[in-house]
Design a protein. Structure first.
Length: 277
């Protein structure tokens, strides 16, 4: 019975994380008076080889060596409590048998909802601009002050792209380094689509990739729960706005502290006579 419940959610999201599945099926377990704690559920999933092992693949798509103006980071250190206060944008590659495609995504920082996307066989500005236009059409809270945050790639710094933002009174924010934590939510959403929905490769044609990606984003927005949204879906979180957001600046600080601690342990001298300049 438990595995049947799991399979219901894994039918469309077959790489949905074990903890998220547990939260989703818990009400059904309680209704059927099945007592199954989180740790025991993980054991059941492990015994049935249903745990998800994450993939780690990285491919740089940012080219910041260009003539366009690079804007400062306006969101670092701030916490945003509502939808459509910040949109984060990123560009990621998709592999097909006919060559690489490039997926432009615009995601709401608070709700994690993908507001706009566009798939193309090149990284020209016109394609990132199309994703932005889709997002603008889906905007629900047009009176809120909105910030658009991205890396410093030429697509986002171009006159065409920044001009469209300015025309809609949207403030422009950009990362100041190559640290992915400066655009953490955008990077995370890319990872979810590639890892859980497996859109990164395996397509034969662009048309197939387009169909599969459109469906993946639909399922992601309407059915995929987020821990950071109190296990709500992006669509639900975008409208109801009840969860308390995390501070990404704090995560960034903790990450740097942990990295420094690990480095210092590796560099710890084996002799008390060792000195450092």
């Amino acid at each position: 019975m438990v595995l049947n419940l799991v399979n219901e959610y894994r039918r469309e999201q077959h790489r949905l994380g074990t903890l998220k599945v547990y939260k989703l099926i818990k009400p059904s377990l309680e209704k059927m008076d099945i007592k199954l704690g989180r740790d025991k559920f993980f054991e059941v999933m492990r015994e049935n080889r249903m745990l998800i092992h994450r993939k780690r693949k990285f491919h740089k798509t940012t080219n910041s060596n260009h003539r366009f103006r690079k804007h400062p980071n306006l969101i670092k250190g701030n916490i945003y409590q509502r939808s459509e206060q910040v949109w984060v944008s990123d560009l990621t590659y998709i592999k097909t048998e006919q060559g690489f495609l490039y997926l432009s995504l615009i995601t709401d920082l608070y709700s994690k909802k993908i507001m706009g996307h566009n798939l193309a066989d090149n990284m020209k500005v016109e394609h990132t601009t199309k994703a932005l236009r889709v997002a603008l059409k889906q905007r629900q809270y047009k009176t809120r002050q909105l910030i658009h945050h991205s890396d410093r790639g030429f697509q986002y710094c171009s006159d065409e792209y920044t001009g469209l933002l300015t025309d809609h009174n949207i403030k422009i924010s950009m990362t100041q380094s190559y640290d992915p934590y400066e655009n953490a939510v955008a990077e995370r959403v890319n990872g979810i689509l590639k890892d859980e929905f497996e859109i990164g490769e395996g397509f034969i044609t662009e048309a197939q990739a387009q169909r599969e990606i459109n469906n993946a984003i639909r399922v992601y927005n309407s059915k995929r729960p987020h821990i950071s949204c109190d296990y709500s879906t992006p669509d639900y979180a975008h409208v109801h706005q009840r969860h308390k957001p995390k501070s990404w600046s704090r995560l960034l600080t903790n990450k740097h502290i942990l990295t420094k601690e690990k480095r210092s342990k590796k560099e710890k001298p084996t002799s008390n006579n060792t000195t450092f300049n």
